[in-house]
Design a protein around this ligand. Structure first.
Ligand code: RIB
Ligand code: CA
Length: 348
């Protein structure tokens, strides 16, 4: 029996319809791993897309430090689920620091605040009443995957610390994950492959290079959504205006967060990162991919966190694996789908 059917049966048996009517029997069961923050952060827009897409069944959300502290990520995602009227989805808190990477002056000055121990700022509408689960993220991911071998897709949109911990904790884990969709890395051997935190390193991989390397060498089938494909997106004020033309709790949130940015800078163009990773799972035909071997440099030197891709394994990269690397996007189709989804009534 498929995971979805088992869940439905279970819900029926306990007399609780915890699933939205829009989800269907063929939906893909996912764990959504995120360095979340409220919009305009891309993780929030990616979660909106996932929540509004019946093709995906979000079994649980796991948080990780990245864009902000772990506490901020958890606080914001709990509130977001209230706004989206999806408090049925459990949230598990994960790693508050990378496996090895230590705080540096560069980290403090650069984008992101994964190292921060500041208390979380209050999200729109106040702190959530919904509570985080007791079970830590890596333990939850491991348990859920082992209970449903070969069925669960993990969508990883932040530093890969939680995923690496689950891989390290149980040698059977990697072989039981159906697929891992990762937003991370930048492949210099393909067009648009420069880094966004150091000249060649992408943010998620740079925050936790050791975790990225462990994950990319784990044997789990991987769909990689690196900066190369993110750079084919361009969210302008015109697209934003279309997005907020319909009023829902989600488009209101977009109005509050993106609206003022476009007021002060009408020509601003936003890249979409995590949203593309999610969209590629909903409709793989939106992206063009190439099979490549990808590895991550975890030497604590100038290339720390840099990802490299090749059509064959090269000397020094022995042990790395082949994966699908996204490098092009059907932008018009993607943005139309994104807008149509976020405009749907919530919890429909
Ligand atoms: O480099 C872009 C990635 O870093 C995105 O996932 C963004 O949310 C940050 O985590
Ligand atoms: Ca992210």
């Amino acid at each position: 029996m498929k995971l979805r059917s088992r869940v439905l049966l279970c819900c029926w048996l306990i007399g609780f319809a915890g699933l939205t009517s829009a989800q269907n029997d063929d939906s893909i069961p996912i764990i959504f791993d995120t360095d979340f923050a409220m919009p305009p952060t891309d993780d929030a827009l990616a979660l909106m897309l996932a929540l509004q897409s019946p093709e995906l069944d979000i079994l649980g959300i796991t948080t990780v430090a990245g864009n902000h502290s772990l506490e901020q990520a958890t606080s914001d995602v709990l509130r977001m689920l209230e706004i989206a009227e999806r408090i049925d989805i459990p949230v598990h808190e994960g790693a508050d620091l990378p496996l090895v990477h230590r705080v540096s002056d560069f980290a403090v000055k650069s984008y992101g605040s994964w190292y921060s121990d500041e208390p979380p700022t209050e999200p729109y509408g106040g702190f959530a009443k919904k509570k985080v689960e007791d079970e830590p993220a890596a333990a939850y991911i491991e348990r859920e995957v082992l209970a449903n071998p070969g069925e669960i897709t993990i969508v990883a949109l932040g530093p890969l610390t939680n995923i690496a911990r689950a891989i390290q904790s149980n040698p059977d884990f990697a072989g039981k994950v159906k697929q891992l969709v990762i937003m991370g890395g930048a492949v210099a051997s393909l067009p648009d492959g420069a880094g966004n935190i150091t000249p060649n390193a992408e943010y998620n991989f740079w925050v936790d290079p050791e975790a990225a390397r462990i994950t990319l060498r784990s044997g789990i089938p991987i769909e990689l959504s690196p900066l190369n494909v993110s750079r084919k997106s361009a969210l302008t004020r015109d697209w934003y205006n279309k997005m907020v033309a319909v009023e829902t709790p989600l488009t209101n949130l977009l109005k509050i967060s993106l609206g003022p940015r476009f007021e002060t800078d009408p020509d601003r163009v936003w890249l979409m990162y995590d949203q593309i990773a999610v969209a590629s799972l909903i409709d793989p035909s939106l992206v063009t991919s190439e099979k490549m071997y990808v590895d991550v440099d975890d030497n604590h030197d100038i290339n720390y966190g840099v990802s490299l891709g090749g059509s064959e394994v090269w000397p020094g990269a022995e042990g790395t694996q082949q994966m699908n690397v996204q490098h092009d996007l059907d932008w018009p189709r993607f943005i139309k789908m994104f807008i149509e989804r976020v405009q749907r009534p919530v919890a429909d």
